[in-house]
Design a binder for this molecule. Structure first.
Ligand code: UDP
Ligand code: MG
Length: 139
């Protein structure tokens, strides 16, 4: 059983897509085992995306991620890292497959509705960034 971190980004919350995103997870056998709403400040967003700190889009991305409320979730399931990434679709919504969250709802390469960890190592770091062990509910 694997875990991953999902975030409904400020554009997803603003567009009223919290329920829609969670519905897709649950319909695909993914369990939500922790969840919270928060509004990151710029420093928190920079810490979360530290891996991208040399990228040209880093400043804009961290402004965006600290611009409004987000929903952070720990997802659990068989191969959930890959499963979540495939429900999300490609980073660029224009390249995302039909029926994916980003293809259906994103309108910008930056404002693309959801985040999902991309490996077991990043999942461990990202889950720990938002949740302590008491906040993650075992079945
Ligand atoms: N991003 C961007 N411009 C780019 C690439 C990425 O604004 O050219 C933003 C976008 O919001 C993306 C995030 O930075 O989701 C993290 O980038 P990454 O390559 O890790 O994509 P993801 O893992 O989210 O698909
Ligand atoms: Mg990524």
């Amino acid at each position: 059983m694997e875990r991953t971190l999902s975030i409904i980004k400020p554009d997803g919350v603003q567009s009223g897509l919290i329920g829609e995103v969670i519905k897709r997870f649950e319909a695909n056998g993914i369990r939500v085992v922790a969840m919270k709403m928060l509004h990151m400040d710029k420093e928190q967003a920079k810490g979360f995306y530290a891996v991208h700190k040399e990228r040209p889009f880093f400043d804009s991305l961290t402004d965006f991620m600290s611009s409004g409320r987000i929903v952070a979730m720990v997802l659990e399931g068989d191969q959930v890292i890959e499963k979540n990434r495939s429900l999300m679709g490609a980073t660029n919504y224009k390249e995302a497959a039909e029926g994916t969250i980003r293809r259906d709802f994103a309108s910008d390469i930056e404002k693309n509705i959801v985040h999902g960890s991309d490996s077991p190592e990043t999942a461990a770091f990202e889950i720990g960034y938002f949740f302590n062990s008491f906040e993650i509910c075992e079945q």
